[in-house]
Ligand binder design. Structure first.
Ligand code: MGD
Ligand code: SF4
Length: 736
């Protein structure tokens, strides 16, 4: 057989992320001669085609090996600054996405009630005509703004473009309100700009890394994990703040097992130590800081002793860790984190983390934060989208003043759909995102769906949200299609190409094709103006000054080298109101928010209940990989981590099956408990993305416990509208 067998795959990956998870990766390309890696070229019976990975948002470039028309393996592209020639387990296991037996095969149109498994298969013409007719009807009755788009992933970009041309302004990505929005807002309020993706942390050159709830190694951000492994190898001190003894904590000099929800108190205390012990970068603060004296006055009572009562941490540990990391400044990083929607006060916590970094003077410094650069790719000529007749519905009256208008508020669209305010939302187009798994409170999502005249899901798999769709469109997986060019931000910019490696096995189509077909039917064909998509890509590459042939051959073309560190001549600029680093924000004060972050305690849960914490595993991404046969073999289900004291009190032994019941009486499917000292006794931890509820997804149906189901409560960040995902409490129900 042409494809890597499951057994062979397991043999490689078993050594990839054993107990030491963070430090190990698959071997590189085995010396593949890159210069000859043209799509048409073969080495023996193997064709090697460069493309980039879509198993997560990191976008590593790799080399796909094809034998007899079948994908054989996928490995890192050594020319790529993201993968550095090595993929993570999900990238390697992405071969399984092509051969996943649960894949959607042809368009489906619902014939029965929503949520019931009653479908007819349809041709693309039928399905697209049906969608376009419904969209036109909704637009005629309610206006085109009444059709919202939720998207996630590279292919969504051109669908955004086509639907925006039709007037659909309510477009959102989960990456803001459920992921990195608070972080970007917190940094923007401090230095004038968000951090973007990937976050520009110069881990490889750092002398000390502080991780606040960033479980690198379990959370697989390929480049960062590789760099992390390097600094662990040279014994740079690592400080980890986490209620759980994560893989990263196992590499740390200091582990601070913090009480969940109290991180802002710790960061304030750390800043208090730096200021009172004169351990901050005074020259940096004097040159670039705004409002430093008022900031110092605001944090004067936030001593380690004060923080100890909130965080449960020994004040001596708070002081010792602050002394450790500040002694390495400016070659030190307090990692800004990625999924930062935790407790509903997250933009202010992220702002505190930004301020702590600024005290260390590490911005634009080697071993701290680099000033990321990229290569601009000119846009293909297209008409300007129509003016917005009505404002967006996701954030009426700019209730959340710092919500992002490009990424939008997913839960804001959902609320507008339920209430019909500020105007009715009657259609949802959902591309590459499972709203049942990723939005808090499934009941609210269902209530919103009940109000819709049209729900279209474009996916590769029968996701939970696809189970409620009126029309399901099967997209080809990334190995089978072109997508738009990707321009990466980094120490040096680069452009990478996605191109087809194998043919789709059934009647699946790429996103660019779906966008074009939809645009033509909606009368906005000029918004998707390509005939041959390769010509479109070649046009853009050439306008960016690149050879498209080189891009096809090598997969990656690097941009020019420019200084990204102050030491090398880069210039620091802060685009805040004051033009400086805002230790004190007059802007926030004017709007009635705290000008310096403050700590507010979280409400306790019901007596005896444990706070539910959630995170990632190295072999899965969100809810998208659980049915992948290779990755499911490595981790078929999640488990509930509990402390031995909790297990003893509940009369549970390691491996016993329980259900988790939350404060609102919602229960999960049965799941095994992992009894471990590696977690505090006031919380439970589970990897998120399991417990799928669409029976068509046979490989993941009711496997494991759904964190999404338990996330009935959430708080909304008053600054930016993000939803907290750590606000629920559970008890363990025996005898499952
Ligand atoms: P995924 O779970 O990765 O992302 O949540 P989502 O946006 O839902 O994938 C969703 C769907 O994309 C899957 O059904 C998959 O089959 C489909 N898909 C995969 N590849 C393709 C493709 O090439 N084309 C198309 N059309 N579809 C594809 C992520 C979101 O979840 C994020 S970004 C974060 S950070 C949050 N994390 C999180 C958490 O940790 N805990 C809880 N409780 N909720 C969370 N919600 C957020
Ligand atoms: Fe793919 Fe892993 Fe890179 Fe994500 S980090 S793009 S899954 S190889």
């Amino acid at each position: 057989m042409g494809q890597l067998t499951r057994r062979q795959f397991l043999k490689i990956t078993a050594t990839t992320f054993g107990a030491a998870g963070a430090a190990q990766f698959l071997p590189g390309t085995g010396g593949l001669p890159l210069g000859v890696a043209a799509p048409a070229a073969t080495s023996g019976a193997t064709t090697v085609v460069p493309t980039f990975c879509e198993m997560c948002f990191w976008k590593c470039s790799g080399l796909a090996h094809v034998r007899d028309g079948r994908l054989w393996k996928f490995e890192g592209n050594p020319l790529d600054p993201q993968s550095r020639g090595r993929l993570c387990p999900r990238g390697t296991g992405s071969v399984g996405a092509v051969y996943d037996p649960d894949r959607l095969r042809q368009p489906l149109i619902r014939t029965g009630e929503r949520g019931k498994e009653q479908w007819k298969t349809a041709t693309w013409e039928e399905a697209l005509d049906h969608i376009a007719a419904k969209m036109k009807k909704i637009a005629a009755e309610h206006g085109p703004e009444s059709i919202a788009l939720f998207s996630h992933g590279t292919g969504g970009g051109l669908i955004r473009q086509a639907t925006r041309a039709f007037g659909c302004v309510n477009q959102t990505l989960p990456s803001f309100a459920q992921c990195k929005g608070p972080r970007d807002v917190g940094w923007e309020l401090t230095i004038g700009s968000g951090l973007g993706s990937p976050e520009p942390v110069d881990i490889v050159n750092t002398d000390c890394l502080v991780l606040i709830g960033s479980h690198l190694g379990e959370n697989m951000h390929n480049t960062q994990v590789q760099e992390f492994a390097e600094i662990v190898g040279r014994r740079a001190p690592v400080i980890v703040v986490d209620p759980r003894f994560s893989v990263a904590a196992s590499k740390a000099k200091y582990w601070l097992p913090i009480k969940p929800g109290t991180d802002t108190a710790l960061v304030l205390a750390w800043m208090n130590v730096l200021v009172t012990e004169n351990r901050y970068d005074r020259a940096f603060v004097e040159k670039y800081g705004h409002g430093f004296d008022k900031f110092v006055a605001a944090i004067k009572d936030n001593t380690p002793e004060w923080a100890a009562a909130e965080t449960g941490l020994d004040p001596a540990l708070i002081r010792a860790s602050a002394r450790e990391f500040s002694s390495h400044g400016p070659r030190v990083i307090v990692h800004p984190g990625r999924r930062t929607n935790w407790y509903g006060d997250d933009a202010q916590r992220s702002r505190a983390i930004a301020l702590l970094n600024m005290l260390l003077g590490n911005y634009g410094r080697r071993g701290g934060f680099y000033l990321a650069t990229n290569v601009a790719i000119p846009a293909y000529p297209k008409p300007k989208p129509p003016a917005i007749a009505r404002g967006r519905a996701d954030n009426p009256d700019k209730r959340y003043p710092f919500a992002d208008e490009v990424e939008g508020l997913t839960t804001g669209v959902r609320a507008a759909t339920i209430t019909g305010k500020p105007y009715p939302i009657k259609g949802w187009l959902v591309y590459g995102t499972d709203l049942m798994q990723n939005l808090p409170n499934i009941a609210e999502t269902r209530a919103a769906i009940d109000k819709l005249d049209l729900l279209v899901v474009i996916d590769t798999l029968p996701s939970d949200i696809a189970g409620y769709a009126d029309v399901v469109l099967p997209e080809s997986v990334f190995f089978e299609r072109h997508d738009d060019l990707f321009s990466g931000w980094g120490r040096q910019g680069w452009i990478t190409l996605r191109q087809p490696v194998v043919k789709p096995p059934h009647d699946q189509k790429p996103g660019w094709w779906i966008a074009k077909q939809l645009a033509d039917r909606l009368g906005v064909g000029e918004s998707a103006p390509w005939g041959n998509f390769e010509e479109y890509l070649a046009w853009r590459a050439e306008k960016a000054g690149l050879s498209f042939d080189e891009l096809k051959k090598n997969g990656v073309v690097m941009g020019p080298k420019t200084p990204v560190f102050v030491e090398d001549g880069a210039k620091l600029e802060f685009t805040t109101e004051s033009g400086k680093v805002e230790f004190y924000s007059d802007h926030l004060e004017k709007l009635g928010f705290d000008p310096v972050p403050k700590y507010t305690p979280q409400e306790a849960g019901p007596p005896g209940a444990l706070r539910l914490l959630t995170g990632r595993a190295p072999m899965h991404t969100f809810s998208r990989t659980q049915s992948n046969p290779f990755l499911a073999d490595l981790m078929p289900t999640n488990e509930a981590w509990v402390h031995p004291d909790v297990a003893k009190q509940a009369g549970l032994v390691n491996g016993a099956k329980v259900k988790l019941r939350n404060q609102d009486g919602v229960e999960t499917d049965p799941v095994r408990v992992k009894v471990t000292q590696r977690i505090r006794s006031d919380c439970v931890y589970m990897v998120y993305g399991f417990g799928h509820e669409n029976p068509m997804l046979k490989g993941a149906y009711h496997r494991g416990a759904s964190v999404a189901r338990l996330t009935t409560r959430y708080k909304v960040d008053p600054l930016m509208g993000g939803t907290s995902l750590n606000s629920n409490f559970v008890t363990l129900v025996k005898g499952a």
